[in-house]
Design a protein around this ligand. Structure first.
Ligand SMILES: [Zn+2]
Length: 75
């Protein structure tokens, strides 16, 4: 009772190979100017998702990303 598992913050995504939602592990793939993070199924290592981040740590860069998120949210 009252047990909490929040410490394990695993994202789960649907894996087409396992045909069930699985926890994912992240694998960063560095390339010129950007960083792609692959989300691999914890069990079978199928890539179930990716997201790319542009390495832009400047304030304007963060602002642009924030504005982009806002715009997508409105769309
Ligand atoms: Zn899988």
């Amino acid at each position: 009772m009252g047990q909490q598992f929040n410490a394990l913050k695993a994202t789960e995504l649907y894996c087409p190979t396992c045909r069930v939602s699985q926890p994912v592990r992240e694998r960063a793939v560095e390339s010129a100017g950007s960083r792609t993070v692959e989300l691999l199924c914890f069990r079978c290592r199928t890539v179930v998702g990716t997201h790319t981040t542009t390495e832009d740590r400047s304030f304007s860069g963060r602002l642009a990303r924030f504005a982009g998120r806002l715009l997508r949210g409105l769309g």
